[in-house]
Write a protein that binds this ligand. Structure first.
Ligand code: COA
Length: 257
């Protein structure tokens, strides 16, 4: 099997997948956040692994060292394409059904973040998000990761705490600050952008309670589902979400060419 790029000047490249000269399907690639993404693979499941291999070889010959693939849960073609490969999990997308009102946690209550708290939070958020992207392999260059982190923070929080649809809280057990939470709500969809428990308060069940308090607050704001992204290396957080009832909707892998 072999692939051939169809000449074009759009953002996406279409590749014809051929076996002995006959076209058996197509693949599509495009740039996303500095990396190359497989944006489509339209072949029979039985041809998928071979088609992907041919594409990786062609990309390698063009000097591309990796390809990122988003795999929705139950995507038969992509699952067949990736079977047996060594994969680097870059991120997992997860979703919680918020149809029912979540129970109130026992200890944790949320308070809106103050302007002073937001100032220091924003700085550490930019550094931490850049580090997460480096650890997940989305970037290899620290300055570029930092630049992307600043851009994404500005986009999401253009007016700081007043940014429409963005809700930032500190989480407390009585008067003790245990963590922070940031959720965006565009009803009926909600999305957790950040959750963090203070280092010295971890593994005491606060993470789960902050999550539950956030689910309740998001429900009050009209959300009926709550999504989030967890980076591939963050096994602890993924376990926390699975135990809290989140289902995996998509996994993102990075493949070496
Ligand atoms: C992820 C995080 C919020 C968890 O907070 P926490 O208060 O320690 O979580 P909990 O005590 O409620 O943990 C609940 C369960 O989640 C799982 N879990 C949480 N952290 C874990 C870890 N580091 N390793 C393995 N499992 C972990 C465990 O199953 C745990 O239950 P257990 O302690 O009975 O084994 C915290 O580690 C943190 O702030 N990390 C840095 C920021 C971060 O990664 N945020 C997530 C971004 S997607």
């Amino acid at each position: 099997m072999e692939v051939a790029a169809v000449p074009g000047d759009g953002e996406e490249t279409t590749w014809l997948v051929r076996r002995r000269g006959a076209t058996v399907g197509t693949a599509r690639t495009r740039l996303r956040r500095g990396g190359l993404l497989l944006s489509g693979l339209d072949v029979a499941p039985a041809d998928a692994a071979e088609a992907l291999e041919a594409l990786l070889v062609a990309l390698g010959e063009l000097g591309q060292d990796s390809l990122v693939v988003d795999v929705p849960a139950d995507d038969r073609v992509l699952e067949a394409a990736l079977a047996g490969r060594t994969l680097q999990l870059q991120a997992t997308q997860m979703l919680l059904d918020l149809t029912d009102v979540p129970a109130r946690p026992e200890r944790v209550a949320l308070r809106p973040m103050t302007a002073a708290e937001f100032e220091s939070y924003r700085d550490q958020l930019i550094t931490a998000y850049a580090q997460d992207m480096l650890d997940a392999g989305a970037f290899t260059d620290r300055d570029r990761a930092l630049e992307a982190s600043v851009v994404s923070t500005e986009e999401l929080l253009p007016d700081g705490l007043e940014s429409p649809g963005q809700h930032l809280w500190t989480a407390h057990d009585g008067e003790v600050l245990v963590g922070i939470l940031w959720i965006a709500v565009d009803a009926p969809a909600g999305y957790i952008y950040d959750i963090e428990v203070r280092h010295d308060q971890r593994r005491r069940g606060y993470g789960r309670e902050v999550l539950d308090a956030g689910a309740r607050a998001a429900h009050d704001l009209g959300a009926r589902e709550l999504g989030l992204n967890v980076f591939g290396h963050n096994d602890g957080a993924r376990t926390l979400y699975e135990r809290a009832g989140y289902a995996t909707t998509e996994r993102t892998y990075r493949l070496a060419t």
